[in-house]
Design a protein around this ligand. Structure first.
Ligand SMILES: [Zn+2]
Ligand SMILES: [Zn+2]
Length: 294
């Protein structure tokens, strides 16, 4: 397997070596999340209060209880991600292997790991996300995230413990199967956090051409994921619309709502355009989510 090497190492050595990496990862996650999140949060509040709706998906609504819950869940998720990684390294060690990131990889190969990890995560997210929407799994895994029907940046990592573990396992699977260096994982983590904050921010600054153009529009931006929170129907993809389009799970009103949000007519009430076909259907097992804004 790609990043494993058979070698004798004590548990104490594993800790002293890997805790440094995990501390760095944790720091990148926490600091990016906190600073970028706070900036996006304030920008969203400002634009909504100023009644400037050009890039605003929904009209303002104040939900301090929701934000408190989300910040608590998000902090716990970051801890869990790193716990999962450490647990995986300990399990590998139990079988006599250590994780050897960043050894002897030519530059061209390292450069290729960046698109590879994004493509792999896009697929992992789509399929695990879609699975968690199955009636039997939804409440246990994914309901906590969907309690925020009108998400904020702090919804990004607001998961129940089982879902946080599921999300954290991606790094383990990726490292076990695909080539990676430590830089691959740091850059991936950074891009992942930025994207996740953006799609929960309630603001959509993504270039329209890359989202909605019939030929070049493959990105799944903030409107895409916001509709997913609003209706709990379709739009399971994270970075791209690829899997949703392939599997015919894209929300039927997505393009219409996206066009409206980016039009001069946008008054913060784009969800008036939801058709009966695409309107809210809370997955079974879920009771009423928190009231949505706009
Ligand atoms: Zn979400
Ligand atoms: Zn979902």
């Amino acid at each position: 397997m790609g990043n494993f090497q058979q070698q004798s190492q004590t548990l104490a050595e594993l800790f002293s070596h890997n805790l440094v990496h995990l501390r760095d990862m944790g720091l990148v996650e926490f600091l990016t999340y906190l600073f970028v999140g706070a900036f996006a949060f304030i920008l969203a509040l400002y634009l909504r209060k100023a009644n400037r709706f050009r890039f605003v998906i929904r009209a303002p609504s104040s939900r301090p209880v929701q934000v408190t819950r989300e910040v608590f869940n998000s902090a716990l998720s970051v801890v869990l991600y790193n716990t999962v990684q450490l647990a995986a390294r300990m399990i590998a060690l139990a079988f006599g292997y250590i994780v050897t990131l960043g050894v002897h990889m030519p530059l061209w190969e390292e450069l290729l790991t960046f698109p590879l990890v994004m493509v792999a995560h896009d697929a992992y997210f789509y399929w695990t996300h879609r699975l968690m929407h199955a009636a039997a799994l939804f409440r246990f895994f994914h309901w906590e995230h969907h309690k925020s029907q009108a998400p904020t940046v702090f919804t990004a990592y607001s998961f129940a413990i089982p879902e946080a573990i599921m999300q954290g396992l991606f790094g383990v699977f990726y490292v076990a199967i695909f080539p990676a260096t430590f830089t691959t994982l740091i850059v991936f983590q950074f891009v992942e956090i930025l994207h996740n904050l953006a799609i929960h921010s309630g603001l959509d600054f993504f270039p329209r051409t890359l989202v909605a153009h019939p030929r070049f529009g493959w990105l799944a931006g903030p409107t895409y994921h916001d509709i997913h929170h609003r209706t709990a129907r379709g739009n399971f993809g994270l970075y791209t619309r690829f899997w949703d389009r392939l599997m015919k799970t894209e929300h039927p009103d997505f393009l219409k709502i996206h066009a409206y949000i980016h039009s001069p007519q946008n008054d913060g009430r784009a969800y008036r355009l939801l058709s009966r076909r695409g309107s809210s259907t809370p997955p079974s097992g879920a009771s009423a989510p928190e009231v949505a804004g706009g």
